[in-house]
Design a protein around this ligand. Structure first.
Ligand code: FE2
Length: 367
């Protein structure tokens, strides 16, 4: 068993300010990677630029990261970073800017390469130091080595071939205060999927289980806020953010499993946000898993305070609403995945095309 967690993580209010020294000492010129609006709206960009300015560290901002960022956008950003001679990268936002930031840190450090290198195992120079400031409560990317990008050339989403851990993660729940309930739901369900998939992963061991089980218990505490039964406050935001980072710590040890693998084509074809796409199949996946090892699933349900997978499915349906999918597309997704030995290997039992179709048909409205 191996436990590896090299990121220096602070989870506390105003941590960008209180740990500015660790952030500004990562290099001499920063490359800030964000989406178009949210980092500016929730105060995180202002917090980061203020500490850089105070320390007289120059910076360049690239704020064009889209949802499900593409390798083309990453390459465009890297070109700016190379031209500007930046020597460290700060990703601010949800999973998209954080994942893109990791790939950009690698490409800037390898100026002779193109984005083609991201999905090849090559002997590359180490990425520039990367710091992550998450502003949504789902990705966990601030503590994982993964960077999922969209490859339009082949119509697929997938993690790049390199493990890039952030050097520093500055996690502050206050950035969630301006998020809509819908965004909180979609991203919190992503965190839940990370927790459950890690707990039920083939590689599951005592280390990831500590994070998964603690995170699932935390997640149970945020259900009333997600359902709108309680008004979210500062404590709730801290709780949501902590759950997300703990979930990231779990998948950093194991990776994700079938719901994530099934989510990528659903997101690409139907433009479904990542967390929602993962949450749609989560209950049916647990039901399928329980046929082999019900005690693992019962453990998760008891931590959530739910009596069975039916109640778990009902909770997710209530939060996410229905999603329909064409029958032909469903078969297509199941067949492609059934042929992908690497993805199936994350699941500890036999599951082929028929098992995947069972999960999909139970989870989605088939047209
Ligand atoms: Fe995810």
């Amino acid at each position: 068993m191996r436990f590896f967690a090299p990121t220096n993580v602070y989870i506390e209010k105003d941590c960008v300010k209180s740990h500015k020294q660790e952030l500004t000492s990562l290099g001499t010129k920063a490359f800030i990677i964000t989406g178009r609006h949210s980092a500016a709206a929730n105060g995180s960009l202002d917090d980061v630029t203020a500490v850089l300015a105070e320390a007289s560290v120059p910076y360049v901002i690239f704020n064009e990261i889209e949802e499900n960022p593409s390798t083309e956008t990453v390459a465009r950003a890297a070109k700016t970073g190379i031209d500007e001679q930046v020597d460290f990268v700060i990703g601010i936002g949800g999973g998209s800017p954080l994942d893109a930031g990791k790939a950009i840190a690698l490409l800037v450090a390898n100026p002779a390469e193109t984005e083609e290198c991201l999905y090849k195992k090559k002997d590359l120079a180490a990425p520039l130091p990367f710091a992550a400031v998450p502003t949504t409560c789902g990705t966990g990317s601030e503590v994982t080595p993964n960077a999922v990008l969209t490859r339009h050339a082949i119509g697929a989403k997938g993690s790049i071939s390199y493990n890039i851990y952030p050097r520093l993660a500055l996690v502050d729940g206050k950035y969630l205060a301006s998020a809509s309930r819908k965004l909180l739901i979609n991203t919190a369900v992503d965190a839940l999927a990370h927790l459950v998939e890690s707990r039920l992963h083939r590689k599951s061991n005592i280390y990831n289980q500590m994070f998964s089980e603690y995170g699932i218990k935390l997640w149970a505490g945020v259900i009333p806020y997600l359902r709108g039964e309680k008004e979210a406050d500062e404590i709730a935001y801290e709780h949501l953010m902590l759950t997300s980072t703990v979930a990231g710590m779990a998948i950093a040890q194991t990776g994700t499993s079938l719901p994530h693998a099934l989510s990528y084509p659903i997101t690409l074809t139907y433009d479904v946000p990542h967390g929602r796409a993962c949450g749609l199949t989560l209950a049916a996946y647990m039901e399928e898993y329980a046929k082999n090892k019900p005690e693992d699933v019962n453990r998760i349900l008891s931590l959530l305070g739910l009596p069975g997978t039916d109640e778990f499915g009902a909770l997710l349906k209530d939060l996410l609403g229905p999603q329909s999918i064409e029958a032909g597309k469903l078969t297509d997704i199941a067949e492609k995945m059934a042929a992908n030995a690497g993805k199936l290997a994350t699941y500890p039992f036999e599951i082929g095309r028929d098992g995947l179709i069972r999960i999909l048909t139970k989870s989605l409205v088939v047209e």
